[in-house]
Design a protein around this ligand. Structure first.
Ligand code: SAM
Length: 249
C-alpha cells in the first residue's frame, strides 16, 4: 500500500506488454491514465477491470491532490500513458514529484519506450546520446533549438510528428550539414516498421519522395558533431602558437 507504480505499456505491439505490468494494473486500486478511452482498449485486451481516471500534467492541482490523498489513504495507484513509458514526453512528472516529496513509494515497471527501441537498432553511436523529445513546432524556434545542438558530439534523438518530419529534416540538413548521418525510425513494433539510415540531405529527399515515410509515429536520430575534426583544428592551432612563441623575443 501507499505505492505509486509508473507502468510502461506497449508502443504498438500489444505482445510487448510485460507480465508484471498486467499484474500491477490488475491489482491496483486505481489507474491514472492520460486518455481513459484509449487505455480502455488495452484493459479490454488484457481483461483488466481496475477503475480508470484521467490524469495529465495540466490536470488542475485538484486532480493531483485527489490522487495524492488516495495514496496517503493507503491506496495503490498505477500511472500509465497512451503508449510507452510515462514521463517520457508524456504526463506524470508533477504526480511523481509530489508523491516522492510526501514520502510515498514510487515504483517503476519498465517496458517499451520508443526512443530506446529506436536507438537500440539504429546503428548510430549509443554510448552517449541526448534525448531531445519534440522540437518546437514553429520554424524559427526549431532552427534555434537545432543551432544550440549543432556542436554536440552526442547522438541526438528526437520525437517528431509525421506532418513535420520533411521540414524538420530540411532544417537539420541546413543547420547540421548535408553529410551528417541520420536515421528515421518509423512505426516501431508495428506492421510497417521502417529504419532508414542516410546522410541528412539524402534522408530528407528520400522522405519527401515517398509520402508513406511521412505517416505514423516517428523517431529521428542524428549522429553527433564530429569532434575529431575540431580536435585536429585545435592541434594545428597549438602547433602554430608554439611556432609563434618560439619566434617571439
Ligand atoms: N512515452 C512514450 C515513449 O515512451 O516512447 C512517448 C510518448 S510521445 C507523446 C509520442 C511520440 O513517441 C510519437 O510522436 C513518436 O515520435 C514516438 N513514438 C511512440 N510510439 C512510437 C512507435 N511505435 N514508433 C516510432 N515512434 C513512436
Amino acid at each position: 500500500d501507499q505505492v505509486l507504480y509508473v507502468v510502461a505499456t506497449p508502443i504498438g505491439n500489444l505482445a510487448d506488454m510485460v507480465p508484471r505490468a498486467i499484474e500491477v494494473l490488475q491489482s491496483a486500486d486505481l489507474v491514472a491514465a492520460e486518455d481513459t478511452r484509449h487505455s480502455q482498449r488495452l484493459f479490454s485486451h488484457f481483461s483488466i477491470t481496475t477503475p480508470l481516471v484521467a490524469y495529465h500534467d495540466h490536470s488542475d492541482d485538484k486532480r493531483t491532490g485527489e490522487l495524492l490523498a488516495q495514496l496517503e489513504g493507503g491506496r495503490t495507484i498505477a500511472l500509465i500513458s497512451d503508449a510507452g513509458t510515462p514521463l517520457i514526453s508524456d504526463p506524470g512528472y508533477r504526480l511523481v514529484r509530489e508523491a516522492r516529496s510526501r514520502g510515498i513509494k514510487v515504483v517503476p515497471i519498465p517496458g517499451a519506450c520508443a526512443f530506446v527501441a529506436a536507438l537500440s537498432a539504429a546503428g548510430l553511436p549509443s554510448d552517449r546520446f541526448s534525448f531531445e523529445g519534440f522540437l518546437p513546432a514553429k520554424p524559427g524556434a526549431r532552427a534555434n533549438a537545432l543551432q544550440a545542438l549543432a556542436a554536440d558530439p552526442r547522438t541526438l534523438v528526437f520525437y517528431e510528428a509525421p506532418h513535420r518530419v520533411a521540414d524538420t529534416l530540411d532544417a537539420m540538413t541546413e543547420i547540421f550539414g548535408a553529410e551528417r548521418e541520420a536515421v528515421i525510425a518509423r512505426e516501431l513494433t508495428k506492421a510497417f516498421e521502417t529504419f532508414h539510415l542516410a546522410p541528412l540531405q539524402e534522408l530528407a529527399a528520400w522522405v519527401r519522395a515517398d509520402s508513406n515515410q511521412q505517416r505514423g509515429e516517428i523517431v529521428l536520430m542524428v549522429r553527433g558533431a564530429d569532434v575529431s575534426q575540431a580536435g585536429e583544428v585545435d592541434a594545428e592551432a597549438q602547433r602554430v602558437m608554439k611556432l609563434l612563441m618560439s619566434e617571439l623575443p
